[in-house]
Write a protein that binds this ligand. Structure first.
Ligand code: ADA
Ligand code: CA
Ligand code: CA
Length: 210
């Protein structure tokens, strides 16, 4: 799939690489999965809704991950500690959640880009933002999920969401959900089909839907 080209929903390989221990991508490094499928071993969790599961990948500040499929056991997905770029990621059966922005210790806002990617079968959330983030999501598809993006429940933070060229289908809770009064959301070319509560955000949020 070329950069910027629309992607459909690729399947997982029948012979995935089993991740028994979280793979750490060091600061500034690029992890290129070369199209391989990864699935979590039971050491990381069962891909259900337990909050104590571990991620398959942990990205340090400035790390990138590309050309990765996460298959049957998504456990706690991918954890980001700082700036990150994720490209051509396909999660066929999202676990507890797919991607989490974690507090990075330095207390600085994370700049996170997610491009040319797909997410399917999330019982609850796909993207979970637990620390201040400028999030860019471009050319992404989601199908059968709870919430596409959630800022940490009950919390105020510094969150900017730039969402473009996204199609989402069958969302049982919401597309964007936040309790943060100062939330900024900019959207362009979003197609929502059978998605509940498109923008479940405080009235004070700055929401620009183009
Ligand atoms: C839930 C939980 C949070 C955090 C989050 C996550 O929203 O209430 O504390 O664990 O999930 O990161 O998965
Ligand atoms: Ca959770
Ligand atoms: Ca989680």
């Amino acid at each position: 799939v070329g950069a910027g080209q629309a992607v459909d929903f690729p399947g997982a390989s029948a012979n995935p690489t089993v991740v028994h221990d979280t793979i750490t991508v060091k600061a500034g490094q690029v992890f290129d999965g070369k199209g391989q499928t990864f699935t979590a071993g039971s050491e990381l969790g069962d891909g259900g809704q337990s909050e104590s599961q571990k991620p398959l990948f942990k990205l340090e500040d400035g790390a990138s991950l590309k050309n990765v499929t996460i298959g049957n056991n998504g456990a706690d997905g991918i954890h980001l500690y700082g700036d990150a770029k994720i490209d051509n990621l396909h999660v066929t059966n999202v676990g507890e959640d797919a991607i989490t922005v974690k507090p990075n210790g330095a207390g600085k806002k994370s700049h996170v880009e997610i491009t040319n990617s797909t997410f399917q079968n999330a019982s609850d959330k796909i993207l979970q933002l637990n620390a201040d983030t400028s999030l860019t999501v471009d050319n992404v598809k989601a199908k059968d999920f709870g919430t596409f993006v959630r800022t940490n429940g009950g919390q105020q933070g510094n969150w900017d969401l730039n969402l473009s060229h996204i199609s989402a289908q069958n969302g049982k809770f919401s597309f964007v959900k936040s309790d943060s009064e100062g939330l900024n959301v900019n959207t362009q070319d979003i197609s929502l089909d059978n998605v509940q509560n498109h923008y479940k955000v405080p009235a004070s949020a700055n929401l620009k839907v183009a």
